[in-house]
Each structure stands twice: as C-alpha cells, then as structure tokens.
Write a protein that binds this ligand. Structure first.
Ligand SMILES: [Zn+2]
Length: 108
C-alpha cells in the first residue's frame, strides 16, 4: 500500500562522532599576578548620580575637565565610574563644549 521510502536510515552512522574525551586536565590556573585588579572594598560611583544631577551644562568647563584627558579625549566610563546615562550626557556636553571652543578637540 504505502510506497514511501524510508529516508531516515542514515542517522546511525552520524552518531559515530568520537565523544569528547574526558581528559584529566587540571583546571587552568589563573595567574593573579598578571592582571592588575582594583583592590576590593571601594566601588567607583557615579558622581552625577550622587549629586542627583539630571542635566549637564556644557559651559561648566571646570566640571567637564574631570572627564577629559589632558589631550582633550573623553575619559572612558571604567576610569571615571560614571554611569551609562550620565556618561552619555558628559560625552554630548564635551562635544558641545568643543564646538563652542570651550574645550579643545585635540590638545598637544
Ligand atoms: Zn549617573
């Protein structure tokens, strides 16, 4: 009655992948001396969140200076501890200040 060919025959041979060998490898040791880490106990905190600031003034150069390098680059969040929301505000404020020539695009 039914002349359907069975095409599900090749599954068996595909299973012969060598199962991942259980090696007795020792867990990799982490050389803690190689990567410098911030000492525990002092977490960086966003200064703007502490002050509950919700607006950024691009004319406030004294404040913005804390978030740029001496070459005029915007410092990364991991260095300043600024949260993402405020980092975005800092970045746009710095960029505005640059256009207004309050901060340098590139200082030598
Ligand atoms: Zn913040």
């Amino acid at each position: 009655m039914s002349e359907r060919k069975e095409t599900v025959e090749k599954t068996a041979e595909h299973k012969e992948y060598p199962a991942r060998e259980q090696t007795n490898r020792e867990p990799r040791e982490f050389d803690k001396t190689k990567r410098p880490r911030r000492p525990m106990g002092r977490k960086k905190v966003c200064v703007f969140c502490v002050e509950k600031t919700n607006s950024m003034d691009y004319k406030d150069i004294a404040k913005l200076k804390h978030f740029v390098t001496e070459k005029g680059k915007i410092l990364p969040r991991r260095q300043t501890g600024t949260c993402s929301k405020h980092q975005r505000m800092v970045a746009t404020a710095v960029k505005k200040a640059r256009i207004m020539a309050l901060l340098p695009f590139r200082a030598d």
